[in-house]
Design a protein around this ligand. Structure first.
Ligand SMILES: N[C@@H](CCC(=O)N[C@@H](CS)C(=O)NCC(=O)O)C(=O)O
Length: 213
């Protein structure tokens, strides 16, 4: 299976970690949405990363891809069988994708992408405002994790998606505040200790190293 994308993207990392949780052999094809090649475009009609090619089957969108992987490789389920737990797993995936990532994006853009990749000055005021905006979803997640465990009750795509968002923010020097979000710090440490997460992190580091980053 081929995964098109770049692992700085939390959406791409979600798919990479999901393949490793399931022991799927997947090749990461570094792909830039702004300089798409034909194979990537065939898999991702709207030029978004990630996308996959599995034989002659092509699919874009991290949530759709994880749903496909979970159906095709049911071992190590990321979408739990119990209806309520599954609903919650998808909910936390969506909290990451539609609330936390958009709230934190100006931090990544203005403190990492602009100054470190594109060589232009970031808007620090926008980054500070985004730090404030991330507090609402982080406070909510802290409340959910107050009793320990995983977000949906069992380890799921929700944990991978939220942790992927946190890792991308970490490229800017941002980190979870242990005094405000201690349960999240503990949970994130547990996600990072997973074998699949560590394997994906090694692959991610290798991709950055190959680009001189
Ligand atoms: N809902 C999509 C979001 C994917 C997405 O927005 N990816 C960003 C990178 S983080 C992208 O491809 N941006 C390029 C663009 O919008 O042109 C998913 O879950 O995969």
């Amino acid at each position: 299976m081929k995964i098109f994308g770049f692992p700085l993207s939390p959406f791409v990392r979600k798919v990479l970690v999901a393949t490793k949780e399931k022991g799927i052999d997947a090749e990461l094809i570094p792909s830039n949405p702004n300089q798409p090649d034909e194979a990537f475009l065939q898999a991702s009609p709207f030029r978004k990363i990630p996308a996959i090619q599995d034989g002659d089957f092509r699919l874009a969108d991290s949530t759709a891809i994880v749903a496909y992987l979970d159906a095709k490789y049911p071992d190590a389920p990321l979408l739990p069988a119990d209806p309520q737990t599954r609903g919650k797993a998808v909910w936390f995936d969506e909290v990451a994708d539609t609330i936390l990532i958009p709230a934190g994006a100006p931090i990544v853009v203005n403190r990492f992408l602009y100054p470190k990749i594109f060589g232009k000055e970031g808007d620090e005021a926008a980054a500070v405002a985004a730090e404030e905006a991330t507090l609402k979803p982080l406070d909510y997640l802290e409340g959910v994790l107050g009793n320990g465990g995983w977000l949906a009750g069992e380890f799921s795509v929700g944990d991978i998606a939220v942790a992927s968002a946190i890792k991308t923010l970490g490229y800017t020097g941002w980190q979870l505040d242990n005094s405000r979000h201690p349960a999240m710090v503990d949970w994130y440490d547990r996600v990072c200790a997973r074998h699949a997460w560590q394997a994906a992190a090694e692959q991610e580091a290798a991709v950055f190293a190959s680009l001189g980053g």
